[in-house]
Design a protein around this ligand. Structure first.
Ligand SMILES: *Cc1c(COP(=O)(O)O)cnc(C)c1O
Length: 486
């Protein structure tokens, strides 16, 4: 009992008298600092009780310094800008597509104060928020009507619930997609209340398979673009025109989930086979679904375009209200769509299209300029340029490969994983990809103005990384080191 470490824990006031925490009170706020100190001491107390008396309590000064460091780290937002040197352009973990300046300006304009989200400025009457983008979507896709919801998963859920609840929806077994783990078509279908009717096989589905499955219970025909895989070899799928003809014959709507949402032909970037919304509608699809933050290069949203009668039916479904988008999404989507009115303007102004349109030669030149400078830096042993392939999305297919150039780094005095960690946690986070014991910085998705930040960040790394808790006299409880106690 004599050396009960709990007794040695300083009081909140004692700690606040210390210079490191005193300074923080001025910089952050009294309220935040006091509450963080309390949380920290609570955790320390629990640790000491659990881990018994072998732990020593650090001095008041040490403790104050550690708490101050922890508060500063804790103040840093979890959501931060990142330099994407992974070579994956639509990286879901890194927020998919960057927005155009025009989109960001519109968000700012309508978000600072109030905005005409659901009022008609001429009449002063209540109106619908979709009008912010509907005309543009109709013009750019040729659709009769449009609706925008939170994302394409929401669009799929809503379209199925509104058009086929309690009915069978016929899908090819080759198209039962999973996108990024949490999205699986069969599960979304189940939640919507529609009944999945699989037809054909993984590699071959004929129009006759759909035809044989049609009956009293059928509510719709669904076609899904396999965005992240290809079935090759002995394969076939029913074409959209075939499905449309069959749908017409039986008075069934054809829903086409094209996924990536290209509004222009991506063949120009060497990307084959990406369906275009306009073409799908032109071939007769009744409802077309796609994401706003994939190939469209806009904000996260799900876009539904198609026949007026069906869009009206979908719009009236209660889920529409649950999945509705806010003014920021509408403003940035409208601004992005306006850029597409002139494809040349879109190619310049939409960051994703600009990244895709950059020549490999250009990337090579940049890599050649950066590599020798990086090779001189204390944290880096070697830096060489290598040609490689970049990809559209995480689970991308071979037809979505893009030529690219990377700077391959071997570190000094640390492992490749450690170097990658230092770059991720730098003031400006940088994500590369590790390949054969080297850290590759792929320039395909790096904006030219970020080259300088990469140089500065690498330059700031010491030749030898500081060991955590080096020279620490007292053993710290787990909560005192890396982990935040909350
Ligand atoms: C990406 C994708 C989805 C899911 O879209 P989110 O916008 O991520 O919700 C659904 N279907 C297909 C075919 C896709 O490619």
């Amino acid at each position: 009992m004599a050396n009960n470490p709990l007794r040695n824990i300083p009081s909140v006031n004692e700690l606040l008298e210390n210079p490191s925490l005193k300074n923080l009170v001025d910089k952050v706020s009294h309220h935040v600092v006091v509450s963080e100190v309390r949380t920290f001491l609570d955790t320390l107390r629990t640790d000491l009780q659990q881990k018994a008396s072998e732990l020593n309590v650090p001095t008041v000064g040490e403790l104050a310094d550690r708490i101050a460091t922890w508060i500063v780290t804790d103040q840093k937002p979890t959501l931060q800008p990142v330099i994407n040197a992974t070579g994956i352009l639509l990286h879901t973990g890194l927020g998919r597509s960057p927005l155009a300046d025009e989109a960001i300006e519109e968000i700012e304009k309508v978000s600072r104060g109030y905005a005409s989200v659901e009022v008609d400025l001429d009449s002063g009457q209540r109106s619908q928020r979709i009008l912010a983008v509907e005309k543009l979507l109709r013009e750019l896709t040729g659709a009769e009507a449009a609706l925008v919801v939170n994302n394409n998963a929401g669009a799929t859920l809503l379209a199925l619930a509104a058009l086929a609840k309690g009915k069978e929806v016929i899908v090819s077994r080759g198209q039962l997609v999973e996108i990024g783990g949490s999205y699986r078509l069969p599960e979304v279908m189940e939640v919507s209340g529609a009944i999945l009717r699989e037809v054909g096989t993984t590699n071959k589905t004929r129009i006759g398979d759909y035809e044989n499955a049609i009956g009293e219970e059928t509510g719709a025909l669904l076609k899904v673009h396999p965005s992240n895989y290809v079935v090759t070899g002995f394969t076939s799928e029913a074409s959209l025109p075939e499905l449309v003809a069959l749908g017409r014959q039986h008075d069934l709507p054809v829903i086409d989930d094209i996924g990536s949402g290209a509004l222009v032909d991506f063949q120009q970037f060497g990307l084959a086979g990406e369906p275009i919304a306009t073409e799908s509608l032109a071939q007769g699809a009744d409802v077309v679904l796609f994401s706003g933050d994939k190939l469209l290069g806009g904000p996260q949203c799900g876009i539904i375009v198609g026949k007026k009668e069906l869009i009206t039916k979908i719009t009236k479904h209660p889920l529409t209200r649950a999945l509705r988008v806010d003014k920021m999404t509408l403003a940035s989507l409208a601004a992005t769509l306006r850029l597409y009115r002139d494809p040349e303007v879109a190619g310049e102004a939409i960051p994703l299209l600009r990244l895709l349109g950059t020549s490999a030669e250009n990337l090579k030149n940049r890599a050649e300029r950066l590599a020798p400078r990086i090779a001189e830096m204390p944290a880096i042993a070697t830096a060489e340029i290598v040609a490689d392939h970049a990809y559209l999305g995480g689970g991308s297919v071979p037809s979505q490969q893009l030529p690219t150039w990377c700077i391959a780094l071997t570190p000094n005095e640390r492992s490749v994983d450690e170097l990658a960690g230092e770059l991720r946690t730098a003031d400006r986070a940088i994500f590369g990809r590790i390949q054969q014991d080297r850290l590759l910085l792929d320039l395909r998705a790096v904006f030219p103005q970020e080259d300088m930040i990469i140089l500065e960040t690498l330059q700031s790394l010491p030749g030898k990384p500081a060991l955590p808790n080096e020279g620490e006299a007292t053993e710290a409880p787990a909560s005192l080191s890396e982990e935040t106690p909350a």
